[in-house]
Design a protein around this ligand. Structure first.
Ligand code: HEM
Length: 372
């Protein structure tokens, strides 16, 4: 399954092929912020970004604006919220009975059921369309997630044939894994820039200079903005604890014996702030990456926002594209201020608890449209 996701869905080619959807969604984002900005009241930046990322993922998955898109996005958000908190029974597996007592689990099952039936309808509708219009032979790379999965499902040479249930699980997993991580990163980047106005000014100047004469955005040119995102991921990795690993052999570490099959959690949040590897570790300084080859490919163990090894995130390109573009567009099209009376030092950067670590309180900012 992982191979299918990496090769078929999240390849650089597919990520590029989603760029027109990304641009359309960015225009909708700007229009919506522009109309809210006329009142002069702060806009809910967090909500706008969550909407952008969810719509982007939704359209990449289903290739169209879903009839029930609003309902679907809300339900998926609910699944993530309900599944996101630490479950005592996950950490102490012998307390499995806690699961059955949990009201959250019942609610989760109910929401899951609703999501399931929406996705089931989409799959059936798509199958019907493919059968009647003979669109079965799409060009690879021009397909959305459902097309790809239905094509792969037909492949009889697969070691493990995929079922409709697998397709539904992949779609729901992709949403869970891809949506909140990207929106969380975008919101943290903006919050950190508002807290450090010199960084904000430098990033905005770069964007405005790069696109002075252009109508289209090529975010590849934005070297400083990329450093801002890199630094954001150091201080605020959206997945602070990597997927559980299991010890494949007994190991000795700092005089502790780690037995075979021990479950190990890697805390990338703590590693990213460890003063043994980072100077002035708690400060937001994108420049630290200027002359430094540390990257998110999973080989630099002091910096692992996308994990490492065989479970490394397969959505790095897709995720980063969904962070760079809205940030660049929003820095270009608006001037941003904190709500009246608030100083950068008043900005509360408390993190939420849960599987992903987002800014606890929604970020509210005043946007003023920019006239070049
Ligand atoms: C800024 C954005 C993102 C960040 C920071 C991020 C981070 C991560 C991390 C830390 C892991 C665990 C890796 C490990 O344990 O070694 C992970 C796994 C995963 N991510 Fe992402 N992710 C992002 C975006 C995305 C996107 C956009 C998608 C897909 C649309 C995605 C799909 C996945 C999947 C499917 C896994 C599970 C891989 C496996 O278990 O083999 N991610 N991600």
């Amino acid at each position: 399954m992982r191979k299918i996701c990496v090769m078929e869905l999240l390849s650089a080619k597919n990520v590029r092929s989603f760029s027109s959807i990304r641009n359309e969604e960015a225009i909708l984002l700007i229009d919506s912020i522009r109309s809210s900005s006329f009142s002069g009241e702060p806009v809910n930046f967090t909500e706008s970004i969550i909407w952008f990322t969810s719509s982007m993922t939704c359209r990449s998955a289903f290739g169209q604006v879903l009839k029930e898109q609003d309902k679907f996005i809300k339900l998926i958000g609910e699944v993530i919220r309900l599944a996101g908190g630490f479950d005592v029974a996950d950490i102490f597996p012998s307390y499995k009975f806690l699961h059955s007592l949990s009201k959250t689990k019942k609610k989760l099952l109910d929401v899951h059921h609703q999501v399931d039936s929406i996705v089931e309808d989409i799959i059936n509708e798509r199958k019907k369309n493919l059968a009647t219009t003979h669109k079965g032979d799409h060009t690879v790379g021009d397909e959305d997630l459902i097309d790809v999965l239905l094509r792969v499902k037909k492949d009889r040479s697969l070691e493990f044939p995929i079922t409709n249930n697998n397709i539904k699980a992949i779609i729901i997993d992709m949403f869970g894994a891809g949506t909140e991580t990207s929106s969380t990163t975008t919101v943290w980047a903006m919050a950190e820039m508002m807290k450090t106005p010199s960084v904000f000014a430098k990033a905005q100047a770069e964007v405005r200079e790069a696109f002075r004469d252009n109508v289209t955005f090529d975010v590849e040119e934005l070297k400083y903005l990329k450093l801002v995102v890199k630094e954001t991921l150091r201080l605020h990795p959206p997945v602070p604890l990597l997927t559980l690993r299991e010890c494949m052999e007994e190991t000795n570490l700092n005089d502790y014996t780690i037995p075979l099959k021990t479950k190990v959690m890697v805390n990338v949040w703590a590693i990213g702030r460890d003063p043994r590897y980072w100077d002035d570790a708690e400060s937001f300084k994108p420049e630290r990456f200027e002359q430094c080859s540390v990257d998110f490919n999973g080989n630099n163990f002091e910096y692992l926002p996308f994990g490492s090894g065989r479970r490394i995130c397969p959505g790095i390109s897709f995720g980063l594209a969904n962070v760079y573009l809205p940030l660049a567009q929003l820095l270009y099209h608006f001037d941003w201020k904190l709500p009246t009376g608030m100083e950068p030092s008043d900005l509360d950067l408390t993190e939420s608890a849960g599987v992903t670590s987002s800014l606890k309180n929604d970020l509210y900012l005043i946007a003023t449209p920019y006239q070049p």
